[in-house]
Design a protein around this ligand. Structure first.
Ligand SMILES: NC(=O)c1ccc[n+]([C@@H]2O[C@H](COP(=O)([O-])OP(=O)(O)OC[C@H]3O[C@@H](n4cnc5c(N)ncnc54)[C@H](OP(=O)(O)O)[C@@H]3O)[C@@H](O)[C@H]2O)c1
Length: 281
């Protein structure tokens, strides 16, 4: 891991990098397989050792891309995958996990998330996660797309306090979580994992960011990432399949935001002044 990589701490005490790699839309087209594998490998070389995937992405195809990228270097990686809400039952979770482990060609997932809240009672899902932990198939579990009231419910359940992270839509254009979910999570030491941190590429073309980026001799996408990573207890997981993007994203770790930058971000992308329901892609 390069010396520049910053980490944040899970409730378990384990340190994880604040910059990882997403994989949504990978594994959909085999003609892009080698490029996607190479992109993830380059990201690992540059210290972005947290990889986020899901059983849903290309119906396991993204997990297979990850398998090729981490082959021979599994111990370097903090591997995150997700179970669909439709598989979140007592019997469904272990079956889905076994399938993901087969696709990932590994014996364990470091952090296994419930992809979004569904209709299976949460107590069942938590029980199944805890059983997978005992079996050594997952090391930690967490959730995704949970708003504050859903987190409140989760932590009130038996074992619910073992949640290690909540992965949510959070970027400069989607600052709603700052109103209550982010402070709630920070207070409890539960890191947020920010998905779509460059708003699916849209922020890479944002004129307001161009001006701030110019001061750092950087690109708008890098400033969008630097801003997310500057938030305490937040992990950014940009997806990039182009090597140039991977290099830029890793270099965003070195950008030191000034008070002037932060004021400009707030002017261009105002923070929330009231509660907005958590958005989801
Ligand atoms: N839990 C959930 O419900 C959920 C939902 C959505 C996403 N996610 C996770 O979060 C990850 C990231 O979110 P996302 O994929 O939606 O969006 P994103 O990371 O904000 O944006 C990805 C897009 O931005 C481009 N990009 C990346 N770095 C760039 C750079 N330096 N300059 C210019 N363009 C750049 C990528 O291009 P190239 O690929 O061409 O390099 C890709 O088109 C996903 O891959 C997935 O793992 C989770």
């Amino acid at each position: 891991m390069p010396s520049t990589i910053r980490t944040t701490t899970l409730p378990s005490g384990e340190a994880v990098p604040v910059l990882g790699q997403g994989t949504w839309k990978m594994g959909e087209d085999f003609s892009r397989h080698a490029d996607e594998v190479d992109a993830l490998k380059l990201g690992l070389d540059l210290g972005m050792t947290l990889i986020d995937t899901a059983e849903m992405y290309a119906s396991g195809g993204a997990e297979e891309v990850v398998a090729d990228a981490i082959a021979g270097r599994r111990d370097e990686v903090f591997l995150v995958s997700k179970v669909l809400p439709s598989n979140a039952s007592r019997a469904g979770v272990p079956a889905a996990c076994d399938k993901s482990l087969r696709h990932l060609r590994t014996d364990r997932i470091d952090l296994y998330l419930l992809h979004w809240p569904g209709s299976v009672p949460l107590t069942e899902t938590v029980e199944a996660f805890e059983a997978l932990k005992k079996a050594g198939k997952i090391r930690h579990w967490g959730v995704s797309n949970f708003d504050t009231h859903e987190m409140e419910e989760l932590v009130s359940l038996p074992g619910g306090g073992n949640v290690q992270s909540n992965q949510i839509l959070y970027n400069l254009s989607q600052r709603g979580p700052e109103f209550d979910l982010a402070p709630w999570s920070r207070q409890r030491g539960i890191p947020l994992m920010a998905y779509s941190p460059v708003d699916q590429g849209i922020l890479a073309r944002n004129a307001k960011l161009e001006a701030i980026a110019a001061r750092h001799d950087a690109r708008p996408a890098q400033l969008a990432l630097a801003w997310v990573m500057a938030q305490d207890g937040v992990i950014a997981i940009p997806k990039a399949s182009k090597q140039e993007h991977i290099r830029q994203n890793a270099a965003a770790l070195d950008i030191k935001l000034t008070p002037e930058d932060l004021a400009d971000f707030d002017r261009a992308f105002p923070p929330p002044t009231r509660k907005r329901g958590l958005q989801m892609i």
